[in-house]
Design a protein around this ligand. Structure first.
Ligand code: ADP
Length: 165
């Protein structure tokens, strides 16, 4: 049984993340989506809302692909989270060169902590590559149209959040 861990903040989950999740299901038998609780990032959505949003998005993918998908909040070290869920592969998405430096360092550090865990990088489809949660939040905050970047449910959650509903 091959278990992969796809960690992130997912604040909120975007079509870029969903693209990576769909690709990751082709590589593992069980995909655990690790939702980092805060990591001093001051997330817009509390962790239980981020988890619920991801669960709603991925149920169709699990049904389509037959891959078990589990959403797992975590606050400890990434390699410890991987141990907790039995994952031997960490999956990350790569957008542009800008992501590379940070990811490169993270792989190096994680390898020191556990050399048996392999990190695999995936790239989203071209139309999803530029999507970043941070910019989606900024656009939503300023009243822009986020439909090209997130699902309807996530868009509604963003609109509600910024209109104070
Ligand atoms: P983090 O805070 O760890 O960067 P994110 O939620 O922003 O968490 O992203 C989680 C993972 O998904 C990261 O590996 C990130 O590079 C990847 N990712 C986010 N958006 C995209 C995208 N549009 N295309 C490909 N990978 C992406």
């Amino acid at each position: 049984m091959r278990i992969g861990l796809y960690p992130g903040t997912f604040d909120p989950v975007t079509l870029g993340h969903i693209d990576i999740i769909r690709r990751a299901t082709a590589l593992v038998d069980r995909l655990v989506i690790g939702v980092a609780i805060n990591r001093d990032k001051g997330p817009l959505f509390p962790v239980d809302e981020r988890v619920a949003m991801i669960e709603a998005e991925v149920s169709g993918i699990a049904a389509d692909t037959g891959t078990e998908i589990v959403v797992h909040p975590f606050e400890n070290l990434l390699v410890d989270c991987a141990h907790d869920v039995g994952a031997t592969i960490i999956l990350r998405g790569l957008r542009a060169v800008a992501d590379f430096e940070y990811e490169y360092q993270m792989v190096g550090m994680n390898r020191h902590l556990d050399e048996n865990i392999e990190t695999v990088f995936l790239m989203a489809d071209a139309q999803h590559q530029a999507i970043a949660s941070k910019l989606v939040k900024e656009i939503a905050r300023l009243g822009g149209d986020v439909r090209p970047f997130v699902s309807k449910a996530v868009r509604d959650a963003l609109v509600a959040r910024f209109s104070g509903v």
